[in-house]
Design a protein around this ligand. Structure first.
Ligand code: DOR
Ligand code: ZN
Length: 346
């Protein structure tokens, strides 16, 4: 059996930089036409000039013959000036601004300490119609790690929508039923991305037979009822749920550590893993809308014209993949994936 769909896009991706970038970018470029590239480098991408230079490095790292367009983002800080947002809107290659609560996740130290401090930038984003991408978690140590997304919705999303009614927002990598419900009730300006790992795994995966650092990501995996709710959202008809892998490569030794990094690498099999998740609930016919149509529609970009083909042929994921002078452990390492990309570029 084969499945041919419009070439998909990845609306949430970590490509890193330098040797790491060179190691991972082909996995995305083979499968996806475009990707929204996260700005949480060290130092973070806070200016249009830095985004332009990073875009150049990404394009140089993509092998010839692969048509892949990185869609750049800026990293919101307490001090992002309105002029930077205006320049981003005019640039033609910066497509969104990313909000990380300070201290929430990998390289978020320079993130926003208080949304009130970012009001000037948020008002400019509303004015120039630059979408805000939200890492929607609170960081208070008193809030249980499994509740951080829900509390963020309760505390911050209503006020944000009230204060900036024209601002378009994407709740990134949603993990809970509450987030899916919020998006459904929030009107046309609020959308959400959903990862393959949150569709395929519940939180038991973190503790399956022992502690599994390669199943640790943020927001952390949740209960089975939340996974079911995400599957219903992804495979349903609401156009505001679309594909974002949040593929986040880390070298093996930084995850298998006393304090392991958050992030799951899925780019090596991304669209194939989504196909599996959709097939499990008999919804393969909905994959193209989720992966290839709704994202560009929300971002007001044309849908891709090229197509890709997947074959229902199992293959085994390597135990590890090269990652610069290190290695990384991809999702499903040493196990099989049911779908295979029929790759004309290979
Ligand atoms: O698991 C994650 N990894 N979540 C994030 O928010 C950041 C990402 C990363 O950059 O590694
Ligand atoms: Zn991310």
């Amino acid at each position: 059996m084969q499945l041919t769909i419009t070439r998909p896009d990845d609306w949430h991706l970590h490509l890193r930089d330098d040797l790491a970038l060179k190691a991972v970018v082909a996995d995305t470029a083979r499968r996806f036409g475009r990707a929204i590239v996260m700005p949480n480098l060290k130092p973070p991408v806070t200016t249009v000039a830095a985004a332009r230079a990073y875009r150049d490095r990404i394009q140089n790292a993509v092998q010839k013959g692969l048509a892949f367009e990185p869609l750049m983002t800026l990293y919101l800080t307490d001090r992002t000036p309105a002029a930077e947002i205006k320049e981003a809107a005019a640039s033609g290659f910066v497509h969104a601004v990313k909000y990380y609560p300070a201290g929430s996740t990998t390289n978020s130290e320079n993130g926003v300490t208080d949304l009130q401090k970012a009001r000037v930038a948020l008002a400019a984003m509303e004015q120039y119609d630059v979408p805000l991408l939200l890492h929607g978690e609170v960081t208070d140590s008193g809030i249980d790690v499994f509740d951080r997304e829900r509390v963020f919705l309760d505390r911050h999303l209503g006020p944000l929508q009230r204060d900036f009614p024209g601002l378009r927002m994407v709740l990134e990598h949603i993990t809970t039923q509450e987030a899916a419900d919020y998006v459904r009730s929030a009107g046309p300006r609020v959308a959400a991305t959903i990862t393959a790992h949150h569709l395929l795994w519940n939180r038991n995966e973190i503790f399956r037979g022992g502690i599994r650092p390669h199943a640790y990501c943020l927001p952390v995996l949740k209960r089975e009822r939340h996974r079911q709710a995400l599957l219903a959202a992804a495979t349903g008809d609401d156009p505001r749920f679309f594909l974002g892998t949040d593929s986040a490569p880390h070298a093996r030794h930084t995850k298998e550590a006393d304090c392991g990094c958050a992030g799951i690498y899925t780019s090596h099999a991304a669209i194939e893993l989504y196909a599996e998740a959709f097939e499990h609930v008999d919804a393969l016919a909905k994959l193209e809308a989720f992966a290839s149509h709704r994202g560009p529609d929300f971002y007001r970009l044309p849908r891709n014209e090229a197509r890709i083909t997947l074959a229902r042929e199992a293959w085994t994921v390597p135990n590890e993949l090269p990652f610069g002078d290190r290695t990384l452990v991809p999702m499903r390492a040493g196990q099989s994936v049911a779908w295979r990309l029929v790759d004309p570029a290979r």
